[in-house]
Design a protein. Structure first.
Length: 328
């Protein structure tokens, strides 16, 4: 059956996706929506949070519900680039080299504890994350659409880790925190759900809400059918420049950060059933899209200043455009 896709249909399908994922990932619909927002623009998402909060469960649930292929790589100090990308193997019986593809050839790649692998292995992901392709022994291969990475790292455990360099962080569209369950009721609901499922991983029982082709159409709607007025574009640019020019900042968000904020603002508008972006779309994702791209000067870092503080000040100091509706 051919699905006619527009903004209203996208909003309807997105509600079904969030409802299905939230049946196994309990108590945090906001992080589900933000992850879906990133996925709609093929954006890579970094979860910086403590272990045991369901990040892997969320990634698996998303891939199942969206009808996409999913692979998980546990990053360790001895992980090699070929373990992710693949390699060419000599086949004696054929007298030729055969390409053995690695786990990166999927739609959703979970890079678990990404900061536990050495820089050489981390950098193997850079080309895939930005250009949606990989190069193996001189041969460049395109990755199947859609493709995005969901990565995790523990923000408080540094022993035996390799902090992500700025170039790697800049490839992540969003940096999110899952957080602990917000209420006692949510915590109890998780325990009750575990008893109801009778197993630790209920994602195998999830049925796809859509298929790959429908998701690609949803991405096309976000890209081609959501309008951004010049005042809103100016607002994004001024916001990024104000964050960059903060006296506490050593290195601020690049134009890639502004483009990331533009993309997720368009996706958020579509999820809310609008075909135009308003300043509130920008405000909602400003911290998630920009804070991890900011390097704080040492003297301010020692005082506890972080990227979130800089973006929040920029939001306060950047005039909000009054024109909220679509210009004709």
């Amino acid at each position: 059956m051919v699905v006619i896709m527009d903004v209203e249909k996208l909003r309807e399908l997105s509600s079904l996706i969030v409802e299905s994922v939230s049946s196994v990932y309990i108590g945090n619909d906001d992080v589900i929506l933000k992850t879906l927002t990133g996925a709609l623009v093929n954006g890579n998402v970094l979860f910086e949070d403590h272990p045991g909060l369901g990040k892997t469960l969320l990634a698996k649930a998303f891939s199942r519900v969206l009808g996409l292929d999913y692979r998980r790589v546990q990053f360790t100090p001895d992980l090699l680039p070929a373990d992710i990308l693949g390699t060419k193997v000599w086949r004696q019986n054929l007298g030729t080299f055969e390409l053995v593809k690695g786990p990166i050839f999927t739609n959703v790649l979970l890079a678990d504890e990404i900061n536990r692998a050495p820089p050489k292995t981390q950098s193997a992901l850079l080309e895939a994350m930005e250009e949606k392709q990989v190069t193996i022994e001189g041969e460049t291969l395109k990755l199947e659409r859609p493709f995005f990475v969901i990565a995790t790292q523990n923000p408080i455990e540094y022993e035996g880790t390799y902090p992500l360099p700025e170039a790697q962080l800049d490839r992540f569209l969003l940096c999110l925190s899952v957080g602990y369950p917000k209420t006692l009721e949510d915590e109890i609901a998780i325990l009750e759900a575990r008893i109801r499922w009778g197993k630790d991983d209920p994602t195998a029982d999830l049925e796809p809400v859509i298929d790959r082709e429908t998701f690609l159409k949803m991405q096309e709607v976000v890209e081609n059918s959501v309008y951004v007025s010049r005042p809103v574009m100016r607002y994004i640019a001024e916001l990024v420049r104000n964050a960059r020019n903060d006296e506490r900042v050593e290195a601020g968000p690049s134009p890639r950060g502004a483009l990331a904020l533009l993309k997720v603002s368009k996706a958020n508008a579509a999820l809310e059933g609008r075909d135009f972006v308003i300043p509130d779309d920008v405000k909602r994702f400003a911290v998630d899209a920009l804070a991890h791209r900011i390097v704080i000067k040492a003297e301010y870092s020692f005082e506890g200043v972080n990227g979130k503080d800089v973006v929040e000040r920029a939001l306060q100091n950047t005039p909000v455009p009054k024109e909220n509706e679509r210009e004709e």
